[in-house]
Structure formats: C-alpha cells, structure tokens
Write a protein of this length. Sequence first.
Length: 117
Amino acid sequence: MEGLNREGFRPAVAALLTNRAGWMTDRLEHCLSAPEHPPVAEGLAVRAALRAAFAGAGLDVVEMDEKSLRESAMLKLPLTPGQIDFQLNALGATAGRPWRKEQKAACLAAWVATAGF
C-alpha cells in the first residue's frame, strides 16, 4: 500500500468474495468429516486474515457472495450482462493470459465494490 500512496493513490475499499459457510458451527468437526473439507476451512481462514488486514489498513470492506456476484453486478452497474462480459474480456486482454474464471470474479467484485464510491 505504501507504493500506491507514493504514487498518489489511496485505496479506499477492498472487495472480498465469500461463500455461504455461515451454517458451519464446528469447523474442526467439519474438516475431519470428509477429505474435501479442509480446503474449505483454509479458505475461510484466509478470508478471516484478509478481513483483519483490511481493517488494519483502514479499508472499507465490501463482502459479496460469490454465487450471487453476477446478480449484484447487474444491480450495481449500469450495464447489461453482455456489456459486463465484454468489459471483463477486454480487461482480461490487457491484463494478459491466463484470464481465468477466478480472476474475472475478483475483477468483477472489485468493480462492484467501487461502484458505490
């Protein structure tokens, strides 16, 4: 963030993609119940660390459910779904390859988060 500040930029908001894991009451039990569950818990831990880092940096955080991100984008952005896809693909062309689904989602989340600023 210091580099951004030196260049005259001040980040104001961070986008955080979340999922619907709020139902989980005992994460350890959940992790031990199936081999595919530890990565879910790791993702939740990473998100918790990001929340703490964002707060420490004084950033506002906009959390968006990754499953409903497209719907949120259509509500917040004055664009049609086709226009959103076109813009994401154009951004991907300038960002370089690969431009994966996860990278498009992160870009769209940042776009939606900044739409309110």
